[in-house]
Write a protein that binds this ligand. Structure first.
Ligand SMILES: Cc1cc2nc3c(=O)[nH]c(=O)nc-3n(C[C@H](O)[C@H](O)[C@H](O)COP(=O)(O)OP(=O)(O)OC[C@H]3O[C@@H](n4cnc5c(N)ncnc54)[C@H](O)[C@@H]3O)c2cc1C
Length: 445
């Protein structure tokens, strides 16, 4: 059950409405949309004290007030990514060590975790399970309580590492997708907590429908308006795809699942068993979507159909919406460009997962060429979550060896804060944690 309520009164054919709606849903809002054909603006009410005309996502974030706005251009710590790993690091860096902290988040606070449609039933301390958006919302409020600031709707794009050992102020530049000027911040510590980004369909005809009928994650709110008159297509054969199919069929909709392989290959048994038994769900195996086009004329038995999807260049389906839940990849060119050690699945992969701790020497250890004497200094200063670059740490799904659960991401974020503290103790010229403001009284006691 969402905590907040918002209303969007949309002008006709406004393509931003879907983005605004989903952004609010990810932030624990229940959203009602009405289209006013005579309106000249799209107006959002219920977010902040006054109605918002044609808001950008950055404006919505500011008005929601979930985290404190950025107040400085210099921080002790910049966290890139506001998911469980980034938030847990910010909470601990602030509450235990008093580090001034900025979170840069390109989309919604809470990260991927907020997109889970299932109750999170494996999170420590919530014996009845907890709604994913609510869990993330609580973590965001906790980070705010301890004074973490944030830069919403910005993506970290370049990282210029300082090689001056006397100051060690790195510079990170973030860009806005909404046309605002670039922002550059100086910082002693950086946490890479960027998780994985949903994989997108590569068919050229898919792009035009993104957020306009084709979505790369399913939210509980997406099922709200769905009825037996709808046909929903779910592409993918993992647990998330299975759960999404069950969610829509639970509303009486017909669901077509297109699976590249077979139903049981990647899906949890408990989910695939329910999918198989569900009469509303048609599973089409060994099949891929090959073409997306706007529907010409919805038929009477399928009045809400918006687009036609062709599969394997043959069968075509008229559907209300498509949810492509086909996995996720790391996408952090800026990390690679900064020289942070990455472990790739295949040597020619452009990106990979960030190496921390002993994994910095992964290739050499694997090849049997690792020389501990040569790396004695690095080994002495090794911290569990530290990368090969001084002051740069990684936690959560982006980290090589991450377990990809909410609890482990939060645990890694917590541990990253401790790794940073250990690093600062060993390099007091960077920031004096024992003597300066970076040490709250109760920690020193
Ligand atoms: C549908 C689904 C259901 C799931 N269900 C469960 C479950 O039931 N239980 C469980 O334990 N786990 C579940 N998981 C896994 C869990 O959500 C992840 O393991 C966890 O969210 C990882 O946390 P993270 O902080 O590492 O990354 P994320 O949560 O992915 O957060 C990373 C954040 O970084 C931001 N970002 C990325 N690049 C940049 C950049 N360059 N600049 C600024 N910001 C950036 C992203 O927008 C994102 O908000 C589920 C995942 C999915 C997709």
């Amino acid at each position: 059950m969402a905590k907040f309520k918002a209303t969007i009164t949309a002008k006709a054919k406004d393509k931003t409405v879907e983005q605004i709606k989903r952004y609010l849903q990810l932030n624990d809002y229940e959203v009602k949309v009405t289209v006013d054909p005579n309106a000249t603006d799209t107006v959002v009410t219920g977010v902040g004290p006054a109605p918002l005309k044609n808001p950008t996502l950055a404006k919505l974030a500011e008005q929601m007030g979930v985290l404190l706005p950025k107040t400085s251009s210099t921080y002790d710590l910049v966290v890139v990514g506001g998911g469980p790993a980034g938030l847990a690091a910010a909470i601990n860096a602030r509450s235990l060590y008093g580090l001034t902290t900025l979170i840069i988040e390109q989309y919604a606070p809470g990260g991927t975790a907020a997109t889970a449609i299932n109750e999170i039933d494996n999170y420590f301390g919530f014996d009845d399970g907890i709604d994913a958006a609510l869990l993330c919302h609580k973590a965001v409020i906790q980070a705010k309580k301890f004074g973490a600031e944030w830069l919403p709707s910005y993506s970290a794009a370049t990282l210029k590492l300082s090689d001056d050992p006397t100051t060690t102020k790195h510079k990170i530049t973030a860009t806005s997708a909404e046309g605002s000027p670039d922002v550059t911040v100086s910082t002693s510590l950086i946490l890479i907590a960027t998780g994985l980004v949903p994989r997108k369909l590569t068919q050229p005809t898919a792009a035009a429908f993104e957020d306009q009928g084709l979505y790369y994650y399913a939210l509980p709110g997406d099922a709200a308006g769905v009825t037996a008159k709808d046909t929903i297509m779910v592409i993918g054969g993992g647990d998330s795809a299975g759960r999404a199919a069950l969610m829509f069929s639970g509303k009486g909709a017909k669901v077509v699942m297109l699976i590249k392989d077979t139903l049981t290959k990647d899906m949890l048994d408990e989910v695939s068993t329910l999918v198989k038994a569900d009469k509303n769900i048609t599973v089409v195996e060994k099949t891929e979507a090959t073409k997306f086009e706007a529907i010409k004329a919805p038929s009477p038995d399928n009045p809400n159909a918006k687009l036609t999807v062709t599969a394997n260049n043959k069968a075509s389906y008229n559907v209300t919406a498509v949810y492509a839940l086909i996995g996720a990849d790391p996408q952090d060119k800026w990390v690679v460009d900064a020289g942070v050690t990455i472990i790739r699945k295949k040597p020619d992969d452009p990106v990979g997962l960030v190496a921390t701790g002993l994994d910095i020497f992964y290739d050499a250890i694997k090849n049997g060429t690792f020389d501990s004497k040569k790396h004695a200094d690095e080994l002495k200063n090794l911290t569990d979550m530290g990368t090969n670059k001084p002051g740069v740490f990684a936690a959560g799904d982006i980290r090589f060896r991450a377990e990809r659960r909410i609890a482990t991401a939060a645990g890694e974020g917590t541990e990253a804060a401790l790794s940073m503290h250990n690093y600062l103790k060993a390099h007091p010229h960077v920031l004096d944690v024992e003597a300066g403001r970076a040490a709250p009284a109760y920690y020193l006691a």
